[in-house]
Design a protein around this ligand. Structure first.
Ligand SMILES: O=C[C@H](O)COP(=O)(O)O
Length: 235
């Protein structure tokens, strides 16, 4: 299992890479849950990751990016995805309000046909929905690369909103369908063991690694190190 950490600057990605975290997620953390990071900063982060790759020959690093909590049109979505792929982002995360909306299907299909790895982000409420299995099946049929659950309201942790058994069902079904599956949403380090036991492909973190548990604050090196060490202990 791996850990994903959302970063919003070059110093942050350097900290995270040095600790041994392999899933690097570009995100604007000052507002929203899946806000897109500006392209200039995103590009600088990608350059820093590529330098690190060259220096260390590490091959398991993956760079993902979000494209916004919402979007105003398919054209804007196309542009946002294209821009990020162009600078070297490898995986694109899409919120449910975008991937679940018919109006965006043609745009999304375009990138799926190009084999661009897309992650569909699901809401906590959808974990308990009767059609959760069907939705995962549909995502797999569409050839999404992965799926993850994440919270929108960062004042609550995922575990306060979704039962462990519902998360277990989500992970099991997604994995059986060949989707790369992640769990995130206000997770603290204390949640690590319980959620890692569900055997997702990754756990995603931001708030729980920041000063005062506030995702807009800086990442704390000791917490990033503690996360990396927990990951290495179970791998
Ligand atoms: O994709 C992972 C998220 O950025 C996690 O953020 P969070 O821990 O603040 O919910």
């Amino acid at each position: 299992m791996q850990a994903l950490v959302s970063v919003h600057s070059v110093p942050e990605v350097e900290l995270v890479l040095a600790a041994g975290i392999s899933l690097i997620d570009l995100k604007e953390t000052s507002h929203g849950a899946l806000a897109a990071l500006d392209l200039t900063t995103s590009k600088a982060i990608v350059v820093a990751v590529n330098q690190f790759r060259q220096q260390t020959s590490q091959t398991d690093i993956v760079i993902s990016a979000t494209v916004g909590d919402d979007c105003d049109s398919p054209t804007t979505l196309h542009q946002r995805i294209d821009d990020r792929l162009h600078i070297g982002v490898e995986v694109i995360k899409l919120p449910m309000v975008i991937w679940g909306q018919l109006g965006y299907q043609a745009t999304i299909d375009h990138f799926l046909k190009l084999r661009v790895p897309l992650i569909a982000v699901m809401t906590p409420a959808s974990m308990a929905a009767e059609n959760m299995h069907e939705q995962l099946k549909w995502l797999a049929q569409q050839k999404y690369w992965g799926v993850m659950v994440d919270t929108q309201d960062k004042s609550n942790t995922l575990t306060a909103l979704v039962s462990i058994s519902a998360l277990q069902g989500f992970v099991q079904v997604a994995k059986s369908l060949g989707l790369f599956v992640g769990i995130a949403g206000g997770l603290q380090l204390a949640h690590f063991e319980t959620l890692a036991a569900l055997n997702p492909d990754y756990l995603g973190f931001r708030s729980g690694l920041c000063a005062q548990g506030q995702r807009a604050q800086a990442l704390l090196p000791e917490k990033v190190d503690a996360l990396a060490s927990r990951v290495s202990q179970i791998c």
